[in-house]
Design a protein around this ligand. Structure first.
Ligand code: AMP
Length: 428
């Protein structure tokens, strides 16, 4: 029988790696809460048109990467419907904002999420078909200040603080402005025009993108194409005065709080809904897929989905890539060990060993419980792999209430009264 495996581009997350996932998620929730974000959980699948209308028909995501199926009607009262596993979460959040009339409060909505996303991409290191994103959106009516460049800078400052608090060193914030919804079409038209002559000398992908989504040409990594890309029109020359002022205010606020950035005029990001500020945080350790996170402003998205005017800014962070970065940093450091391995010396002591483990766990210690069926040598071998200490529970120990504890690193063996054991293990 052929063995079943996780589907290509998906994977199981196993301990101890899941501890890191938990740490990243807990840190995100803690940091975002300080900025008054609340968590939103939207469905994992949505009506397909949500993504074609927002992300854009011509993007790689919508044109070839979505998991879409026709959901057949099961009753006369139902209609069949095209559904899609969400490839990103901003569209779902904005749909929920509109559906629940969140703008009617007149206040900014600050919503964050953590969850899996799905794209049929070519799997490689840091790129999966099911991957996880942590993201946040700040969205609201213009009267709530949702268009202010201060919101952009605050989100960027929060991200810098989050990465620092997580212990990710060596990130770079790359910024650009793609202008307003009127600047951008003018720029795209100029790009299309310039590419008419130039695209035939470029790679096959660029030739296709020149037709379908010319902005994507700027993302091309093929070395031979780079000199040609340098000669293409720059978005900065197409920004109107309001967009220029907005970008300058974002930069001034970042300067004021000491968040360093680089400006990259080629960072346009391919999703249709972006306006004005776009950004990425990159990390050198990630290789080809070097973006830890990406985001930007999307002032017209709510209207694209039939909602009220609700400018916003948000980001999505690749949790898989954060973990890869943290793992690389952790590779040299020691693995985390349990506080103790409790070893009953004989099966008749198993029940009391469980009681002892319960006592210690209830005091907050991390305990591995052995088995009285193991020989002493085997208990020591396993204990040494999993914990800093081994606690021996034999008949003598049970009778006297004084446990024998060996600290693996020093080899030191001591006798400790049961009541003092938790404290001693914690300090070991
Ligand atoms: P995007 O929604 O394309 O702007 O992506 C935002 C972030 O999600 C990226 O910077 C990556 O960190 C992460 N990401 C996007 N696609 C994938 C993928 N296929 N696998 C893993 N992470 C991804």
């Amino acid at each position: 029988m052929t063995l079943l495996k996780a589907v290509r581009g998906t994977r199981d997350l196993l301990p101890p790696e899941t501890e890191l996932w938990d740490r990243v998620e807990t840190t995100a929730r803690r940091v975002f809460a300080r900025y008054n974000f609340g968590e939103i959980r939207t469905p994992i699948f949505e009506d397909t048109s949500l993504f074609s209308r927002s992300v854009g028909e011509e993007t790689d995501i919508v044109s070839k990467e979505m998991y879409t199926w026709e959901d057949r009607a099961r009753a006369q009262s139902e209609k069949s419907q095209s559904l899609t596993l969400r490839p990103e979460n901003t569209a779902g959040v904005v749909r929920a904002y509109i559906e629940h009339k969140l703008g009617e409060s007149g206040l900014l909505q600050k919503l964050c999420y953590i969850g899996p996303q799905f794209r049929r991409e070519r799997p490689q290191k840091g790129r999966y078909r099911q991957f996880w994103q942590i993201g946040a959106e700040v969205i609201g009516p213009p009267s709530a200040g949702s268009e202010s460049p201060l919101r952009d800078a605050e989100v960027l400052e929060m991200l810098a603080s989050f990465l620092d608090e997580l212990g990710i060193n060596g990130w770079t914030l790359v910024l650009n402005s793609v202008g307003s919804s009127t600047d951008r079409p003018k720029y795209i038209a100029a790009l299309r025009e310039a590419l008419k002559d130039k695209a035939p000398q470029m790679c096959a992908d660029c030739q296709r993108r020149a037709e379908t989504n010319p902005l994507r040409v700027l993302d091309c990594k093929v070395p031979e194409d780079q000199p040609i890309i340098e000669t293409l029109p720059k978005i900065a020359d197409f920004l109107d005065d309001a967009s220029k002022a907005h970008f300058a205010a974002v930069l001034a606020a970042l300067d004021a709080c000491g968040v360093r950035y680089e400006i990259n005029p080629r960072l346009v990001r391919g999703l249709d809904y972006y306006t004005r500020t776009t950004f990425e945080f990159t990390h050198g350790g990630l290789g080809a897929q070097n973006a830890l996170l990406g985001g930007g402003r999307y002032d017209g998205l709510s209207e694209m989905l039939g909602g009220p005017r609700a400018p916003g800014i948000g980001f999505a962070m690749g949790l898989d890539r954060l973990i890869l970065t943290l793992q690389a940093a952790q590779a040299e450091s020691a693995p985390t060990l349990a506080d103790a391995f409790v070893a009953p010396l004989g099966e008749s002591l198993n029940a009391d060993a469980l009681a002892l483990a319960r006592e210690l766990r209830r005091k907050g210690l991390q305990i591995e419980l052995g088995d009285g069926g193991f020989r002493l040598k085997k208990s020591f071998e396993i204990g040494n792999k999993l914990a800093r200490n081994i606690v021996l529970l034999g008949e003598d120990e049970q009778r006297s209430g004084i446990l024998t504890v060996k600290h693996f690193a020093t080899g030191e063996q001591t006798k400790i009264p049961r009541a003092e054991l938790a404290q001693a293990l914690r300090n070991s």
